[in-house]
Design a protein around this ligand. Sequence first.
Ligand code: FMN
Length: 161
Amino acid sequence: MTMLQDDFRAAMGRLAAGVAVLSTRVGGHDHAMTASSVCSVSLEPPLLLACVEVAARFHDAVVESGLLGVSLLGHPQRPHAEWLATPGRPMVGEFATVPTHRAPSGVVLLDESLATLDCQTWAVYPAGDHSIVVGEVLAVTLADDPDPALVYYRNRFGRIA
Ligand SMILES: Cc1cc2nc3c(=O)[nH]c(=O)nc-3n(C[C@H](O)[C@H](O)[C@H](O)COP(=O)(O)O)c2cc1C
């Protein structure tokens, strides 16, 4: 890693970000990963984006399936964020400790999330070692009484009310 790349990572680490879990379903298997790159894009039509590393197992799964679930996490869900960011975790039994339910599209969404969005892939743009995955939002759920948000700042998890 060059000095510029180090500084770039450090600089972007100072942009506090919400934490989400992305999910998809392909060949009858569910897969999910933690992501802080989720961002809203458009209201008409409703679009969001997430940047997914090409080397992540999630990448090919979401591109193949065209389905994208987004669960926006509260602070009590931090253990799930840590687990679903663990490199090389076994994909069989990935959700054994993570309570989930199914969206209308069939993807899993995390229980107790602040909000969930059920999307279909609208476009995938190559962007260096990541792809920008744009999802069209088909359905949304909002928690009635949301927990404090889980945030990521300077390589650490935190909370904001
Ligand atoms: C707080 C946090 C945010 C992350 N955000 C992203 C992200 O936006 N995009 C990404 O590709 N990986 C992100 N990661 C890393 C992935 O979660 C991690 O590489 C994961 O193991 C990939 O899973 P997979 O290879 O099983 O698909 C993040 C990790 C953490 C802890």
